[in-house]
Design a binder for this molecule. Structure first.
Ligand code: NDP
Length: 265
């Protein structure tokens, strides 16, 4: 039951109707006896900064999950960031500390990599193609590099964002062969890390018809579960990995982070 003692959390998104985090995390709070509630808030970009400034003074506001389109705007509004959030220049969880400051972290990449590992995929030594260089894709790129992939090719509509991401990652991971290129051929795993696939009229993020027969095609999009990209990959007989794995794998991390059970990195 929600009482005056309940920790209040939010998910900040625009639009917010498609998010699944409230039902997923509130079910976990109930199952694990955590006295917290997470509510969906539809926050347009211009309202983000004044809202966070106001929430810094709200004593029972414990933190928030951050999603499209705010993940790359929030780092500048945090007082402190984890190392991976600073490298990805992206935040998907913030915690309000007792002094009213905000600490930001990014759990997307860890969730994505763990989701693949839980499905039996080894990332070490793999050649990976990643479409996207936004918040989720940047975090995924960081987590893949941390796990020792052999090569990581990043393709993004705004090429300069792919190049900037690669430059940041190359500083941390000199052994990974990074490239900014749009051809997915010659990779073991091909990932959609863009928002393409959320709407039925969206173009495919890359063409799965050209992929090598053993390639695994993975998604960040959760709704629909089988995106047009995954349909096309399945039709070619390729292995697929839907986006819901990424969220499920990071729920435990989110719960720990938001309810203050995790030490800052
Ligand atoms: P961002 O806004 O930070 O990045 C969006 C990315 O998509 C950018 O690379 C952008 O390219 C690209 N993009 C958007 N529209 C187009 C287009 N019309 N053509 C080509 N490229 C396009 O969003 P996030 O990274 O935060 O989120 C991306 C997706 O990941 C979302 O759909 C979100 O739902 C999903 N997600 C899923 C999670 C899960 O647990 N399964 C967790 C987090 C996110 P450009 O840089 O050129 O604009």
């Amino acid at each position: 039951m929600i009482t005056g003692h309940t920790k209040t959390l939010a998910i900040l998104a625009d639009p917010v109707t498609h998010v699944r985090t409230p039902q997923a995390l509130n079910a976990r709070f109930e199952a694990e006896g955590v006295d917290a509630v997470l509510v969906p808030l539809e926050v347009p970009p211009e309202a983000l900064e004044p809202m966070l400034k106001g929430l810094a003074g709200v004593r029972n506001f414990a933190g928030a999950v951050i999603t499209v389109p705010h993940k790359t705007a929030v780092p500048a509004l945090c007082d402190a960031l984890s190392a991976r959030a600073a490298a990805a220049q992206s935040v998907n969880v913030i915690r309000r500390e007792t002094d009213g400051s905000f600490y930001g972290d990014i759990l997307d990449g860890e969730g994505f990599a763990r989701g693949l590992e839980q499905a039996g995929v080894t990332l070490f030594g793999k050649r990976v193609f990643l479409a996207g260089a936004g918040g989720a894709a940047s975090a995924i790129a960081f987590a893949l590099a941390e796990r020792g992939v052999e090569a990581l090719t990043v393709a993004n509509r705004s090429v300069e964002k792919a190049e900037a991401l690669i430059a940041r990652l190359a500083e941390h991971f000199p052994d990974v062969a990074f490239a900014a290129a749009t051809d997915p051929v010659g990779h073991d795993i091909a990932i959609n890390g863009t928002s393409l696939g959320l709407k039925p009229e969206d173009a495919l993020p890359f063409n799965p018809d050209t992929l090598d027969p053993g390639t695994l095609v993975a998604e960040v999009i959760m709704q629909p579960e089988i995106t047009p990209l995954l349909h096309a990959a399945e039709a070619r007989g390729l292995m697929i990995h839907p986006g819901h794995h990424m969220l499920e794998a990071q729920l435990t991390e989110m719960l720990r982070f938001l309810t203050h059970e995790e030490d800052e990195q």
